[in-house]
Write a protein of this length. Structure first.
Length: 145
């Protein structure tokens, strides 16, 4: 799904795993632990809250810019443990989550910052990164014991 960001004019794209006709974006995530606390940690570590906000806003912008009558209701994560199984017809190690609005707002702030930084780098030709020089490293102290 493509759209032009209304603030920067930048061409943007998302590739949802599944977009339901009723307006839910569904994303499948593999994990080692699909419990609520562990998956909340995965959301923070992997910036899934940024993805959820970006995909939700992007799909809404794309629908608006193309004249389609689609309003995104929300973003669902299907968390599947890598060793998930079926027991008596019941999926074990699988959970479905959505984020509360405060987390989505934080994700929205982060993707807006990222998108603005991208445009700034394109305009200046200066990109953040590590040194282009070869740097000699040593093992950390704890590895020498």
């Amino acid at each position: 799904i493509y759209w032009n960001d209304p603030d920067t004019g930048e061409l943007c794209r998302i590739r949802p795993d599944f977009l339901r006709h009723d307006g839910w974006i569904v994303d499948l995530k593999s994990c080692t632990d699909a419990s609520p606390d562990a998956f909340a940690k995965s959301i923070a570590n992997w910036r899934y809250h940024v993805q959820a906000a970006y995909y939700t806003d992007g799909a809404n912008h794309a629908a608006e810019q193309s004249g389609k009558d689609l309003k995104i209701k929300g973003f669902l994560f299907i968390a599947v443990e890598k060793d998930a199984c079926i027991v008596n017809g019941q999926a074990k190690g699988v959970a479905v989550y959505t984020l509360e609005e405060e987390s989505l707002e934080l994700g929205r702030l982060e993707y807006r910052n990222d998108l603005n930084k991208l445009v700034e780098c394109q305009n200046t030709g200066e990109w953040p990164g590590y040194s282009p020089k070869v740097i000699k490293l040593s093992l950390p102290t704890w590895a020498n014991k």
